[in-house]
Design a protein around this ligand. Structure first.
Ligand SMILES: Cc1cc2nc3c(=O)[nH]c(=O)nc-3n(C[C@H](O)[C@H](O)[C@H](O)COP(=O)(O)O)c2cc1C
Length: 327
């Protein structure tokens, strides 16, 4: 590292024999990478290797068409607000090519990128999680897995990440079938994140990603109809930021794993709040819908802030806002 450079490196899997070392903590959140979640429209001149990691859209066991249109709603179109002040709703419905399509057609492309790629998986049962993890064995193109647990388990209809038991079972099933570093992404709409985070940690997660969208809707009063084709969807963006931040803050107190903060990050200041709450890294989601360069810009701003504060190593600010007494 050259003299005067800031050390932004992080390890998202310190307990894993492979580790998951990233040059910096800024990642692209699943589902928001380019126009289709798989990088369509990303400018050629954007060097993805500049970012900590990229997480393409979640894949499921079988291909999915997704929900009826309209599937997303940024209020900026109607109200002329700044990108960082909008309500972001989506109901994409996990449209994806299925894991076989992803491993055969997408992973070889990712393998050519100068970037760390993390494959996001969602399944309908614990057994299917294990089966999908086994399918990824030996396939090049990604360096880690992220489990999207905001999906229903078909046996009970409940989301995996609404139950500590189901969360643990899904993580264990994947852990048994894959040697890759494992990020576990939790949902925000739970009464207490502690038992769920602890269960994921005990079952073998290397890091936790907190969080995903919140169930939500918006109604257009002129047409008297919900704005989303699926009626309800998920809230992301600025409205989610303080909710997700509080969950990160809490999770940091109860598990000894790296936490990745995600929700409403549109600026370095938003990212810094998560880092100061104790997150080791951050993911940028909705900000990509407004500006594909958002993660690169946020990374530059973050570096500028640290330089201005005389901070030489990112680790100096991680957890800086944690107060000693538990909340
Ligand atoms: C259009 C859209 C699609 C998304 N698709 C996925 C997905 O496939 N898998 C997943 O884990 N999260 C998905 N998310 C959730 C994001 O990864 C992120 O957790 C959430 O949007 C909060 O971050 P943000 O406020 O920065 O957008 C999606 C979000 C949006 C806006």
């Amino acid at each position: 590292m050259a003299k005067g450079e800031i050390d932004l490196s992080v390890d998202l899997a310190p307990r894993h024999s492979h580790h998951l070392r990233l040059d910096n903590p800024v990642m692209i959140a699943s589902g928001t990478f380019g126009y289709d979640g798989y990088g369509r429209g990303i400018p050629e001149e954007m060097d993805l290797g500049q970012l900590g990691a990229v997480i393409p859209k979640t894949v499921t066991r079988w291909p999915r068409e997704g929900n009826p249109e309209p599937r997303w709603y940024p209020s900026s179109y109607r109200e002329g607000r700044e990108a960082g002040e909008c309500v972001y709703l989506n109901s994409i419905g996990l449209a994806n090519p299925g894991i076989e399509g992803a491993l055969v057609n997408l992973a070889p492309v990712w393998a050519q990128w100068n970037a760390t790629v993390i494959l996001s998986l969602s399944a309908a049962s614990v057994g299917e999680f294990g089966e999908m993890a086994a399918m990824t064995r030996g396939v090049p193109g990604f360096q880690a897995l992220e489990l999207n647990l905001s999906c229903p388990n078909i046996e009970s209809g409940a989301l995996f990440s609404h139950s500590a038991e189901l969360t643990g079972a899904a993580v264990e099933a994947v852990r048994r079938n894959s040697d890759l570093p494992l990020l576990v992404k939790l949902a925000p709409n739970i009464p207490d994140i502690s038992p769920i985070a602890q269960s994921a940690a005990q079952a073998g997660a290397d890091a936790l990603t907190i969080s995903n969208t919140l169930p939500a809707m918006t109604i257009d009063v002129t047409s008297r109809t919900p704005v989303l084709g699926a009626i309800t969807g998920g809230l992301s963006g600025p409205g989610l930021q303080p909710v997700s931040l509080a969950l990160v803050y809490r999770a940091v107190q109860v598990v000894d794993l790296p936490i990745i903060g995600v929700g409403g990050i549109f600026s370095a200041e938003d990212a810094l709040q998560y880092l100061m709450a104790g997150a080791t890294a951050v993911q940028i989601g909705s900000a990509n819908l407004a500006d594909l360069w958002a993660p690169v810009n946020i990374l530059c701003q973050l570096e500028g802030f640290l330089r201005g504060e005389g901070v030489g190593n990112l680790k100096e600010i991680i957890g800086a806002a944690q107060v000693k007494a538990p909340v």
